[in-house]
Every structure is written in C-alpha cells, then in structure tokens.
Design a protein around this ligand. Structure first.
Ligand code: G16
Ligand code: MG
Length: 216
C-alpha cells in the first residue's frame, strides 16, 4: 500500500539541472578545460563538494582544500544568480496537474534534494507548501546515491520505505531510492535510468493512477 510520494527537486519539479551545469561549465572553463553534457549526467544529484571533486579529477587538477572551498563558493554565486531570476513559470510541465492528483489521492509528499538551496528555490517557485516534509542538503550527512535523503523523508512523514514512491531524474538519485527500499520512477531516458522500476520522460506523461498501478 503506497502512502507517500517523495520528489527530487532538480530535474523533476524545476529544471535547475541546466543552471548547475552552466555554473559548473563556467568554472571548468575558467580552470582551462571543459565538461560535456554526458559528463554532467554523473553530477546530477551529487553534492556540491563531491561534484567539484569529480570535475577537478576530470580536468586532472589537484587543489588545496582552501582553493576548493573558494571554487565551490564561486560556483554557488553563479548558480544563485541564475536561480534569482526564477518564478512559478519555471515549474516543469505537468507538475501542477500531477500534484493536484496526488492531493486528491490523499498521498503524503516530501521533497528529497541534496541541494542546500532547495528551500530558496521552493520559495521562488511558490511550492513550499506543496510538501509536508522538506529534506534538503542542510539536513543530511550523505548525498545521493546514499539513501539518507529519502529514508529521512519517509521517517518525517511517518511511513515505511515500502510505502513510498521516489521520483528521480538522476542516476545517483534512482540508486538512492532503490537502496532505500523504495519503488522508483525514473524521469528521463530508459537507457540512463535503467535501475528505475518505471521510466517516463517527465511527470507530464504520467498520472497518479498509472504510478500506483505499476507499484501494485
Ligand atoms: C542537486 C543537483 C546537483 C547539485 C546538488 C547540490 O541535487 O542535482 O547537481 O550539485 O543538488 O546542490 P547545491 O550546490 O545547491 O547545494 P537534487 O538532489 O535536488 O537533484
Ligand atoms: Mg535531480
């Protein structure tokens, strides 16, 4: 019996994944190399510090902790510049309709994002009240693919992992949901998200009924 839906933020509710990519790409370019869209797939759902480590390794750079802190802050400033222009217009297609079906079905909702900026983004798009529990990067000690962000969400809602469905666009996020013992809906390409229990292009192509039927 499914009682709760747990949503990732970036790439599921809003397309901030593109802003993360733009900011990281700008940073890599300033350091003298480039990152591709394909490489960026591996950064989705990965924490800020872990992402920087992956990028530096990709560019063959070893830097001091002090320099890394500075670079992570620089990336976040650029990212926030892009986020500051966001509004409810940036909510991805199909999200509003899907959430009204979720409410009608009496399901609980939680946000499971490793982003420390998640509360700010929810404010900007006017969706803070759409979630009964909000787990963000400030509340967890391990980023995806560790399941912590989703198991904490389930705990805060008072439901067990087996009663949850996770919605994720990232390889690391799908893995986190599976390791947490949850049914995972991957939003994106079936090739990239092969580990998910069900894959759809986006929430726009799904109904709550389709998801619940797939879980049963
Ligand atoms: C998001 C993004 C990642 C980003 C991470 C940390 O995770 O997908 O690319 O590195 O948050 O974000 P911040 O630097 O804002 O703390 P999620 O879980 O929402 O997909
Ligand atoms: Mg995501």
């Amino acid at each position: 019996q499914i009682k709760a839906f747990l949503f990732d933020l970036d790439g599921v509710i809003v397309d901030t994944a593109i802003y993360h990519y733009q900011a990281w790409k700008r940073l890599a370019n300033e350091l003298g190399f480039d990152i591709s869209e394909e490489f960026n797939e591996g950064l989705k759902g990965v924490s800020r510090t872990d992402s920087l480590d992956l990028i530096l390794a990709h560019g063959g750079l070893t830097l001091s902790d002090e320099k890394k802190t500075e670079l992570a802050a620089q990336k976040n400033d650029w990212y926030l510049e892009l986020v500051s222009r966001m509004s409810s217009n940036d909510i991805l297609p199909g999200v509003a309709t899907f959430f009204s079906q979720v409410r009608q079905a009496g399901l609980k909702t939680a946000l499971g994002s490793v982003s420390k900026n998640a509360p700010l983004i929810l404010e900007r798009i006017g969706m803070t009240d759409a979630f009964e529990a909000i787990i963000d990067g400030t509340k967890i000690s391990k980023g995806k693919p560790d399941p912590e962000v989703f198991t904490k969400g389930a705990a805060e809602l008072g439901v067990s992992p087996a009663e949850c469905v996770v919605f994720e666009d990232a390889v690391a996020g799908v893995e986190a949901g599976k390791r947490g013992g949850m049914f995972v809906v991957g939003l994106g390409s079936p090739d990239t998200l092969a580990q998910a229990d069900l894959v759809a292009p986006s929430l726009e192509s799904l109904t709550v009924e389709t998801v619940l039927t797939a879980c049963s």
